[in-house]
Ligand binder design. Structure first.
Ligand SMILES: N[C@@H](CCC(=O)N[C@@H](CS)C(=O)NCC(=O)O)C(=O)O
Length: 240
């Protein structure tokens, strides 16, 4: 019960000043989060790929942070005050609220340049069409509408890019583009595995190794969503 009430406190009170980075992200349904707190000692909330991207950046830069949870099914007024779009993740950095994972990760890179996660601009969009083509295939009800092929062709170009330039997007070291893409690939693997019985073909060995390498990093393991939550999170897209 104590945990339950402290979760409610999270929802009510977002503006206490701890002096560290404050990250607002999506809470689970309260009852579920109560159950999960005992099993899952770090993150009792739903981790979308955008929130995980920000968390990975914060973890890789070894920055202290505090989490605030918000119930997106029941958005509080303060959420719209700090972000009129009503979306998460949002972070508070030195008294300023910053929305959108693209902007947040860029601001974090500028304020905390070490260790550098900067991706050279010409490489920043590598793999960026994979997420939308994954969603197209996930939502598709017609097996012959070409959506699977479109995803496969994006993954195939990413595979040949990694073969020539890998193992990461910027070569030998991980950078912001990987931290953006890997959570999306994680969602793709779990959601397509569950809803379409589909997996990345073995022939795309460089993509498979890329996924295995990043998915097993400590920062990834510490910030990833549970498979059952990833599956539940995509259900409305599949049914809708
Ligand atoms: N472009 C945004 C997308 C953020 C986003 O779509 N967040 C979702 C959760 S994963 C959200 O807040 N949805 C609530 C809504 O749209 O009402 C980013 O990169 O941060």
């Amino acid at each position: 019960f104590f945990i339950f009430t402290s979760c409610l406190e999270f929802f009510k009170n977002v503006d206490d000043d701890s002096g560290t980075i404050l990250l607002v992200c999506q809470a689970k349904n309260l009852v579920v989060s109560f159950q999960f707190l005992s099993q899952w000692n770090r993150h009792p909330f739903i981790l979308g790929p955008f929130t995980q991207r920000v968390l990975l950046t914060i973890e890789e830069k070894n920055l202290p942070y505090e989490l605030k949870l918000v119930d997106l099914a029941n958005k509080p007024d303060w959420l719209f005050t700090i972000n009129p779009e009503g979306k998460v993740p949002i972070v508070k950095l030195e008294d300023k609220w910053v929305a959108d994972s693209d902007v947040i990760t860029q601001v974090l890179e500028e304020k905390y340049p070490q260790p550098s996660l900067a991706t050279p601009p010409e490489k920043a969009s590598i793999g960026s069409k994979i997420f939308s083509t994954f969603i197209g295939f996930l939502k598709s009800k017609d097996t012959n509408d070409g959506t699977e092929q479109t995803l496969l062709s994006e993954l195939t170009s990413f595979d040949s890019y990694l073969k020539d330039n890998g193992p990461f997007i910027n070569g030998g070291t991980i950078s912001a583009a990987d931290l953006s893409l890997a959570p999306k690939l994680y969602h793709m693997e779990i959601a397509l595995g569950h809803y379409k019985n589909w997996s990345v073909p073995d022939a795309l060995a460089h993509v498979k190794t890329y996924m295995e390498t990043i998915f097993s990093m400590d920062s990834f393991v510490n910030t990833r969503g549970l498979p059952e939550d990833v599956i539940a999170g995509w259900r409305s897209k599949v049914i809708g």
